[in-house]
Ligand binder design. Sequence first.
Ligand code: COI
Length: 356
Amino acid sequence: MTLSIRTKKTETPKKRPPDSELSFGKYFTDHMLSVDWSVEQAWHDARLQPYEALALDPAACVLHYGQAMFEGLKAYRQPNGGVALFRPDAHARRMQQGAARLCMPALEEADFVALVREFVKLEDSWIPSSPGTALYLRPTIIATEAFLGVRPSNHYLFFVIASPVGSYYGGDSLKPVRIWVERDHVRAARGGLGATKAGANYAASLLAAVNAKKAGYDQVLWMDAKEHAFVEEVGTMNLFVVIGDKLITPALSDSILSGVTRDSIIKLAPEFGVQVEERAISTAELFEASEKGTLREVFGSGTAAVVSPVAELAFGDRKLEIGGGKPGELALGLYDRISKIQRGLGPDTFGWLSPV
Ligand code: COI
């Protein structure tokens, strides 16, 4: 690591909640990792410090122009009591790509991984061990310069907080979710920020998500911004459909996030005897497959949700029911395979686990 790191431990440690009480993103650990960036000094002053509120100038660029982005990765307790991160290098690279689009600096991959590793070591006692749990890490970069003109900031803060988590939707993580297909609002257009984890993408998603919740749905499925004919991404997940013996997912573009779990699924799918296609999927194709009886499964994937089966897609009054409300065989198989790799219980064929 090219950065030296100083540590100040908390004097008021919190009590860790029992694994049975964990949902998603509700509890935070005792410490955080912070690193400053300035034009003059680049990345400097890496520190592990007590978890605390940020002091920001009210003119800080992030508060006005939204120059902010985040990552999400997980650390898992291993059978020998150790800890491993799942694909931290892939998260570091995705953060670099997103930062470039947002005119922000990003850490070198090796520094990102080494700093996150030090942080996880410090928070070892917070890492849950029950099946379905993990320590979720949230690296974030924000523009901190106090300045009211629209241009990239000259100062940034990179910080990482950590949250012991259970299932993203609460309860059984394999309980199929019901999804509202959004045809009015748009998450991301070609040429926009959709491929980045910019906070702005999530802000753009909220109104449709609130409306979907009111109508009794768990998540929103976004359509392409131009024709509203092709499915792109689910609220916080990439989308997969199984038609016949093919596993199909929308091809990556600048309006679709390049999910690390998405990539893992594509690499593991051949083990399940399915052929993977990365291409456009129209709603017309989904309806046609459903009518022919070949639409076998729909599921989402993401770091937070892992693999999440879908029971229903609602296109207004027109509903597509999938799998009779039960999780599909491939979704279950992939969830089990990925979870076992993450927990050190299955062959890590691609070398995705990074011991802490
Ligand atoms: C993740 O899956 O890590 C995400 O970032 C989704 C989220 C916004 C909770």
